[in-house]
Design a protein around this ligand. Sequence first.
Ligand SMILES: [Zn+2]
Length: 183
Amino acid sequence: MPFQPHKVHSNYHASFHGGTRPTSAIRYIEVHAAEALSAAGIAAYFAGSGPGGSTHLTIDNDSTYRCLSDEVIAYSAPPLNEESLSFELAAYTSWKRPTWLAHRAMLEEAAYWTARWAKKYGIPLKWRSSRALRAGKPGICGHLASSHAFGRTDHTDPGRPFPRRRFSRLARFAFMHYLRKHA
Ligand SMILES: [Zn+2]
């Protein structure tokens, strides 16, 4: 079946955030794994009073939740929050590559959003290492690279086995094939 973007739910708003910014500040797209398996459950968690963190989207195999609008700064991975858009995948950092690849619908949806944001904000569809992040190069990154680059968090999601080449390819494919129809 050809790719169809998920319906986006917006019934959960993240409780914690850093207020608004000009969208011209946006230079990074962050990939996270939420250590949970339901996009709705993760969005509900961020809407509660506990976590202190937040994200723009939560995504699983069949649903996407919008927790914050693009203009709002998520508390996702300092020090890049002011310059980032982020999504939390319904996934575990401990996953090996085959498990990631078995969640193709989730990866395709996340790649689609990555492509949309890349187009809208002029972000290169390049997966960035911690060294590239330290050098200030814009693009896509995992929380892991941000943690290594800046040492401000100890999170290692989405983990080394995350299929970043495959993901970047899916994002480039989405950029070329789907955006005219849906953006
Ligand atoms: Zn994270």
